[in-house]
Ligand binder design. Structure first.
Ligand code: BGC
Length: 321
């Protein structure tokens, strides 16, 4: 079974003509579009259309840090926040050139951005990253705990190292970054000119915080952990007007899960799990993150927002029970 780490992921950098230039971050390569709509035609279902509305500048003047932002969902979130007017720190652990490409794309939105290498599982590196951000940007308003990876294996073949590695990055990494962000949010309090909250944390979880996943026990355990970590932090820091929520993506077209969507057969199988009959795009998650970070969602707190085309709706029951 393939394993993926952030180091192995090739970033699908958005073509400028379809991103910053027209005010959206939507980008769907033709091949993927054909695969999706070919399948829908075969099944006699309506064609899939993606959101076309530009992202409005609801985060103007805010300072955001997105971990694991040099590829996949993290990249899309960093660019969506930039489109919404936030200055962005693009955290990465490998492939600096990919991080720099995201920085260049973000600055085309008229915001400040820079890349910072740090392993989120290392306390000293996380603390250094926050110190640099506070020096460069003055403070932090939005943390997106996105960095995550899979190292899949059947339970009886999973090494302790692979169990530990996934827990370290996916769960401990989110703890370390949340702790530093909350220290700064509490120190600083509300910046009324930019937001009515003292800070926002968005944890990137997964449908697998509730759906068990055979062959992926380390990953599912990490995301189940993220759920109760997020909710416990949310309960604790709410009186300080710090909002904490999760986005739980379903199957999103990124390199982490290419085997699930990369061929017509795989795509057909995948659609059995998705009532909305299209794969998620990274920008679907970007838009959800912008909304959760903005005052539009000020009363949303401690929530797991599933962005999954209905994957958590027990799709096996579509045709009976
Ligand atoms: C995983 C993907 C998977 C999706 C739905 C995500 O959290 O990272 O690999 O396709 O869940 O199963």
């Amino acid at each position: 079974m393939p394993t993926h780490t952030t180091a192995e992921i090739i970033p699908p950098v958005l073509p400028p003509s379809r991103s910053a230039a027209n005010g959206t971050t939507a980008s769907l390569p033709g091949e993927m579009h054909d695969l999706m709509n070919g399948h829908l035609r075969e099944e006699g279902l309506p064609e899939a259309h993606l959101p076309a509305l530009p992202i409005s500048r609801v985060l103007k003047g805010q300072k955001a840090l997105v971990t694991g932002a040099n590829s996949g969902i993290g990249q899309a979130v960093a660019l969506a926040l930039a489109h919404a007017g936030a200055d962005v720190v693009v955290n990465y652990v490998s492939r600096p050139e990919a991080a720099e490409a995201v920085v260049r794309e973000a600055t085309r939105c008229g915001v400040n951005a820079y890349a910072h290498r740090a392993n989120v599982a290392r306390e000293d590196e996380v603390q250094g990253m926050f110190q640099t951000m506070i020096r460069e940007f003055g403070t932090i308003d939005i943390l997106v705990n996105n960095a995550g990876l899979q190292k899949d294996a059947p339970i009886d073949r999973m090494s302790l190292a692979d169990w530990q590695f996934v827990l370290d990055v996916n769960l401990t990494g989110q703890f370390l970054c949340s702790r530093e962000a909350i220290r700064e949010f509490k120190r600083r309090g509300v910046r009324e000119d930019v937001s009515c909250a003292a800070g926002k944390i968005i944890c990137m979880s997964s449908v697998h915080e509730v759906i068990p996943w055979a062959g992926h026990v380390n990953y599912a355990a990490s995301k189940g952990g993220v759920m109760l970590m997020m909710k416990s932090i949310a309960q604790e820091v709410a009186p300080h007007r710090i909002r904490v929520n999760s986005v739980c993506p379903g199957a999103v077209r990124t390199p982490i899960n290419m085997e699930a969507w990369g061929t017509p057969e795989a795509y057909r199988e995948l659609m059995k799990l998705i009532p909305y009959k299209r794969i998620g795009e990274p920008n679907d998650i970007g838009r959800a993150a912008v909304w959760l970070a903005s005052d539009d969602s000020d009363y949303i707190h401690g929530a797991s927002i599933f962005v999954d085309g209905g994957m958590t709706l027990y799709p096996g029951f579509e045709t009976g029970g």
